[in-house]
Design a protein around this ligand. Structure first.
Ligand code: PLP
Length: 313
């Protein structure tokens, strides 16, 4: 049985990553002095987002260290994508999944989680104070089910997954010609992992830019009732983000309207179905491309697909 858990884990690992990267040619300004923008299509992972990478890394760590055993229970706080990635893996590993989601989780994600047999606990975070109620609930449920709260917000395996896989793939795919990386910040795992690797491998002057919704605590230091872009940090300042802050050159706010506008533009002009956090990242990547000028390469990530957010259409 124990062998099963490890061989199932190995099988999952073989399905993840090596996602394609695409040069955006039609949304980029027609001015000749603009950098190229490359979009790594992370929604091509089997669970539909970049969170497959971290879910696999976090589960592997927990299983190898003996914190998670055959028939165990995984508890997590997630706006949906990590929940979905962990959920399909838990099905294949025979683990129970109990997840805490914000009350405004996408209905599509909610339906998919139910299909995968997940117990979803919705928590209202609108009046959030110093302590995020989702984390308190996670600790309660961890104790109730004798489970493991995997906590992507502070789990080093989240950072490591992107440092060891996403970042290396980007550098290989562009033969090391990366001048800037732009990414929406949720837990901060992607920007931290990719940012650190790029600066170590290619030099400190690779520009690393984080994107958050307008009014995010990351910019304002405390919750100010900001806008909502699915997957991006609104009311929390994640531990991983703080720990690796030194690898991030700047963080900018993008409005919900601009992110959805870019989602529509990417469909119309590039034939791509991307989620709102990708819209926000590409919106900012276009500005960075103008700033850097021609002959340079800006990379960003399509975290998930528009198919998860039909209500945006
Ligand atoms: C759709 C989407 N985009 C971007 C992010 C941000 O990724 P990270 O948590 O690595 O900062 C997330 C995280 O949940 C997400 O779900």
């Amino acid at each position: 049985m124990v062998l099963d858990l490890f061989s199932n884990l190995e099988e999952i690992g073989r399905l993840i990553g090596n996602t394609p990267i695409l040069r955006l040619s039609r949304v980029v300004s027609s001015k000749s002095n603009v950098a190229s923008i490359y979009l790594k299509l992370e929604y091509m992972n089997p669970g539909g987002s970049h969170k497959d990478r971290i879910s696999y890394y976090m589960l592997k760590d927990a299983i190898e260290s003996g914190k998670l055993r055959e028939g165990g229970c995984v508890v997590e706080v997630s706006s949906g994508n990590t929940a979905l990635s962990l959920a399909w893996m838990c099905v294949r590993l025979g683990l129970k999944a109990v997840f805490i989601a914000e009350a405004d989780i996408s209905p599509v994600k909610m339906a998919l989680l139910r299909l995968l047999g997940v117990e979803v606990v919705k928590v209202d975070v609108s009046g959030i104070g110093d302590v995020d109620p989702r984390f308190l609930r996670a600790r309660e449920l961890e104790a109730k089910f004798n489970g493991l709260f995997i906590n992507q917000f502070s789990n080093e395996a989240n950072f490591r997954a992107h440092y060891e896989t996403t970042a290396r793939e980007i550098v290989d795919q562009l033969n090391g010609r990366v001048d800037a990386f732009v990414m929406g910040v949720g837990t901060g795992g992607t920007i931290a992992g990719v940012g650190k690797y790029l600066k170590e491998k290619l030099g400190r002057d690779v520009l690393v830019v984080g994107v958050v919704p307008k009014g995010s605590s990351i910019i304002h230091g405390k919750p100010v009732g900001g806008e909502y872009i699915d997957g991006l940090a609104k009311n929390v300042i994640p531990e991983l983000f703080l720990k690796y802050r030194g690898y991030i050159d700047r963080v900018v706010e993008v409005s919900e309207g601009d992110s959805v506008g870019m989602v529509k533009m990417l469909a119309l002009k590039e034939g791509l179905f991307v989620g709102p956090s990708t819209g926000a990242a590409v919106f900012e990547a276009l500005k960075v491309a103008e700033e850097l000028g021609s002959g340079r390469n800006v990379v960003t990530i399509a975290a998930d697909s528009l198919v998860r957010y039909p209500y945006l259409l």
